[in-house]
Design a protein around this ligand. Structure first.
Ligand code: ASP
Ligand code: MG
Length: 418
């Protein structure tokens, strides 16, 4: 009897759910979300549902801004972009009310989300969830606009692309939610992209650090900043599919036993390019010059490899997104003469990055060797290699990335057993 009462009480919880752009992509899907949110409340829970802009809306707003101005101010960009989520909160609340539920929509500002003043990529400074809590206590479902907040002097801000994830995680921390669920259009985090590796499996539990490495290596399930925030504040969350009831992937702090799996997942990133600067003098200041130029052009680079020097000269290679290649080359050509007479620049696009990620790598040896021999057995040439404590990454020809992912996935025992 006692156990039954306990079980009943444990069902009553404060739940934060987040629905991404595809999950609210059209009126029918918004009705689907409305049903799910209402069911969650009717099961005896308090619910805060964070919603994104309907899919394509944010991109469209960005395009509209470009159509009227070459350089819109960041302040006006935020006023514009925040309307995407504001549309969805109203529609979702209406759909819930139509089903007989009671929902109230809140913008980021109304929900007490304060940020710094860095427009288009603001950071949350504090959350004062008073209004949210009052509405929940009064029996409402709170529909909260993702991706937005307000500065201390009342300016609208947005949190960077994908920022609705951050809204959900940060609100879950602020209200000390019992559960935070990130609903998306896939069943969870997979050992590799199932479109590439058909035998990829859903991961049941993953640590924050692995999730971060997977995200930075091309498996974009969630905004990285939101995962960093979750790690910092210890917010456990679950990534699930908004179209079914399958259990998702639980993302949480590391626990003993999690290291027994050597490789949690394999991720791929296409459309990469490589720049090599040959025969640079081996003396202080050269790398600083090269990457200073890259940085001034606001280009994000990834793997950097510098050779051991030979006869006082060395080579430096690095990878970047292929889209940034022309700009990077142009910037570097400007400073090449400053680097020395024999210096030469070569570039190559059409490459891709393959990464294996797992906290188990810390305690297992031979991981890189296993990855390299799987690639070699498949006749795939490795171009660059980089490692961190929980990741080993290589670049290969883009045309070989899918077979590379498959053989490495198999080599680490990640294939689903039929
Ligand atoms: N609508 C914003 C974006 O597309 C925020 C989000 O969806 O998380 O980036
Ligand atoms: Mg998203």
């Amino acid at each position: 009897m006692c156990a039954i009462i306990r079980a009943l009480f444990s069902l009553m919880a404060l739940i934060v759910q987040k629905y991404g752009g595809t999950s609210v992509g059209n009126p029918e899907r918004i009705r689907n979300v409305a049903r799910r949110v209402l069911e969650t409340q009717q099961a005896g829970n308090q619910v805060i549902a964070v919603v994104s802009a309907m899919s394509g809306v944010t991109d469209n707003l960005l395009k509209l801004a470009k159509d009227v101005s070459d350089h819109p101010t960041d302040r006006e960009m935020d006023v514009l972009l925040s309307t995407g989520e504001q549309t969805t909160i109203a529609l979702t609340a209406m759909a819930i009310n139509h089903l007989g539920g009671r929902a109230v929509s809140l913008t980021g500002a109304q929900a007490g989300i304060s940020t710094d003043g860095v427009h288009t990529k603001a950071r949350i400074s504090t959350i004062t969830p008073k209004a949210v809590q009052k509405m929940l206590t009064e029996g409402n479902i709170v529909i909260l606009a993702g991706f937005q907040g307000q500065t201390s002097d009342g300016q609208i801000t947005t949190l960077g692309r994908g920022g609705s994830d951050l809204t959900a995680i940060a609100m879950a921390a602020a209200v000390k939610a019992d559960l935070c669920q990130i609903f998306t259009d896939v069943d969870g985090v997979f050992t590799c992209d199932p479109r590439v590796v058909s035998v990829a499996q859903k991961i049941e539990t993953i640590s924050y650090d692995e999730m971060l490495e997977m995200a930075s290596s091309g498996s974009k399930v969630m905004q990285s900043r939101s995962v960093e925030f979750a790690k910092k504040f210890g917010v456990r969350f679950e990534v699930r599919n908004s179209m079914n009831n399958n259990p998702g992937t639980l993302v949480k702090e590391e626990e003993p036993g999690m290291e027994s799996v050597v490789v949690r997942g394999v991720s791929i990133e296409r459309n990469q390019a490589k720049i090599t600067i040959d025969d640079v003098p081996d003396r202080p200041g050269i790398a600083a010059k090269i990457f200073g130029a890259i940085n001034r052009a606001n280009i994000v680079i990834d793997m950097i490899v510098q050779n051991v020097s030979f006869d006082g000269e060395t080579d430096i290679s690095f990878t970047l997104s292929a889209a940034d290649l022309p700009k990077a080359e142009a910037e570097l050509r400007k400073i090449l003469p400053e680097l020395g007479d024999s210096v030469d620049l070569r570039s190559q696009s059409g490459i891709a990055k393959l990464s294996i990620v797992g906290i188990g790598m810390r305690s297992h040896s031979g991981v890189a060797a296993r990855m390299f021999s799987a690639l070699s057995d498949a006749g795939i040439n490795i171009q660059m290699i980089s490692t961190s404590e929980i990741k080993t990454a290589v670049t290969v020809n883009e045309s070989e990335i899918e077979s590379a992912a498959r053989v490495v996935h198999t080599a680490f025992g990640l294939d689903k057993v039929a």
